[in-house]
Write a protein that binds this ligand. Structure first.
Ligand SMILES: *Cc1c(COP(=O)(O)O)cnc(C)c1O
Length: 495
């Protein structure tokens, strides 16, 4: 079956998966969504015997139906190789009564690698398929992890340039160091004076700026996006939910067809939306437990049906979730509006004009599979300490938000359904917050001393990504105001 994609804000225009991947964001400001989600018509028991790459092929070939088998297998094999420090790619670890799906074994030690190690291959293949001759400029806003993962994925990929904007004071020291030491002649990293939402809005505006797009085209450039608004990121993220489920089957913890819950530490809503799409494909998921930090706009939305970003932006110890405009929620809104692009557009226009919208009672009724809650900074730190002391397992701050919310969910519902918690970053990426959660007296030590202490406590090998930045030189030091983002891009591209 061939799957076509259309915008959440205009249902008349249809395109193939490769065209949607190339464009990233629709001209009308909408996001590309599959017209219908194909069934995963392979036995779950059969998938349980496959390895990560084979599962990836089964899932992705159905969603990206215009890629040939050869093209897709080339992308998958190039992405999920020894860049990952374990051959299983995404280990499922049972600790403290839950299954942690460790999505941080790629080259930048956060879950963004799961999609961003394959996106460059999907994009270059898409360009070839569509006879694009322009150079592709990847323009990306990051709350910390996307930026590095995208830089690592695209560095020195022929026919591409990558420009990353990050909030200068809104990422962890290790996240920043990882980005500003990035090698590759086609990589550009810019700090902005502002927060992630400013960066994301600036990027979205450039995507829709007709003058800029024309000037770029004249010079032989066109934009694409590595942000989770690109469907080429969402589809690879569906894979690991199918993979996790089938590992539980393989381990005899569930039988094929039994339901599981998933808990996802959520920011831009991409990761949890991939789980939702996996369910629409046929994966038996009962509840989507959406975990927020103190920027709890999503929790409030699931409680009240009102999305309201007019509130204080809080910098937390889980910076990759410090987001008030959850872009991918638009894809869910579109689904619960029965794929009505006009209705969706109305709500999104309200969001951009007043920062707020309210869904109808009918739409809200369709959110019954979602449970939202949030963790305070204190609760997050307590969870890290408690699980370390009980099980010797040290999780990062984002995963700890999810773990805390899972405990709240169990207390609220007494639901004992087997559950997978998406573990989205290595504790080594947020070493300072993690170590201070375990013992406040670590506060006096330097970042790299803390790395060594974490190694002693966790007995987990220090990832190569951390070793690499201990002594690496800073190669990027551009900083600009949020109003200067376009000028910065023009300067980089020589427009
Ligand atoms: C990006 C990120 C998240 C949030 O994922 P979304 O898909 O944006 O909801 C959570 N944790 C970590 C470590 C991340 O890098």
């Amino acid at each position: 079956m061939s799957v076509m994609y259309k915008s959440t804000r205009n249902s008349s225009e249809k395109m193939t998966a490769s065209e949607a991947i190339l464009k990233g964001l629709s001209d009308d400001g909408g996001l590309y969504v599959p017209e219908s989600i194909p069934a995963l018509d392979v036995d779950l028991d059969k998938l349980a015997k496959m390895d990560y790459r084979q599962v990836a092929y089964e899932v992705m070939s159905r969603m990206l139906s215009d890629f040939t088998e050869e093209e897709l297998k080339h992308c998958i094999d190039s992405a999920y190789d020894d860049k990952f420090d374990t051959s299983v790619i995404a280990p499922l670890v049972n600790k403290a009564g839950a299954n942690y799906l460790e999505l941080f074994h790629g080259s930048t030690i956060a879950f963004k690698d799961m999609a961003l190690s394959i996106l460059p291959y999907l994009l270059v293949t898409s360009a070839k398929k569509n006879k694009v001759t322009n150079e592709i400029v990847i323009l990306t806003a990051t709350s910390g992890d996307t930026g590095k993962a995208a830089l690592a994925g695209f560095a020195d990929v022929p026919g591409t340039k990558i420009i990353v904007f990050y909030p200068k004071n809104g990422v962890s020291p290790i996240q920043e160091k990882q980005m500003v030491t990035q090698k590759g002649d086609n990589t550009y990293v810019v700090g902005i004076v502002g927060n992630f939402d400013d960066a994301q809005t600036g990027v979205k505006n450039m995507f829709n700026d007709k003058n800029l797009l024309k000037d770029m085209n004249d010079k032989g450039y066109q934009f694409s996006s590595a942000n989770s608004i690109n469907i080429g990121r969402l589809v690879p993220q569906m894979v690991y939910y199918v993979y996790a489920y089938t590992r539980l089957v393989a381990d005899g913890k569930i039988k094929a067809g039994d339901k599981i819950n998933v808990v996802v530490p959520t920011g831009n809503f991409g990761n949890i939306l991939a789980a939702y799409y996996a369910k629409e494909m046929g994966l038996p998921i009962a509840k989507f437990i959406c975990a927020s930090n103190e920027n709890k706009v999503l929790y409030d939305f699931f409680e009240t049906g009102i999305y309201d970003k007019n509130r204080e932006f809080i910098l937390t110890s889980s910076p990759s979730m410090d987001i008030l405009i959850s872009s991918n929620l638009e894809r869910l809104i579109y689904r619960i509006a029965d794929d009505d692009s006009e209705k969706n557009k109305e709500l999104m226009n309200a969001l951009s004009s007043s920062g707020k919208y309210e869904i109808s009672a009918d739409m809200k009724a369709k959110l019954s599979e979602f449970y939202g809650n949030y963790a305070t900074e204190e609760e997050t730190a307590e969870t890290i300490k408690r699980v370390y002391e009980s099980d010797g397992y040290i999780m990062d701050t984002h995963t700890a938000v999810a773990s805390t919310v899972y405990e709240k969910y169990k207390a609220d519902t007494n639901d004992e359904t087997p559950t997978v918690i998406a573990s989205t970053a290595s504790p080594y990426k947020f070493t300072r917050s993690v170590m201070e959660a375990i013992d406040k007296s670590y506060a006096s030590q330097s970042d790299f001393e803390l790395v060594d202490e974490l190694n002693k406590l966790s007995k987990v090998k220090i990832p190569q990504a951390i070793e690499d930045i201990r002594s690496a030189a800073v190669l990027h030091d551009t900083v600009c105001n949020k109003s200067e983002m376009e000028a910065t891009v023009r300067k980089i591209l020589g427009l």
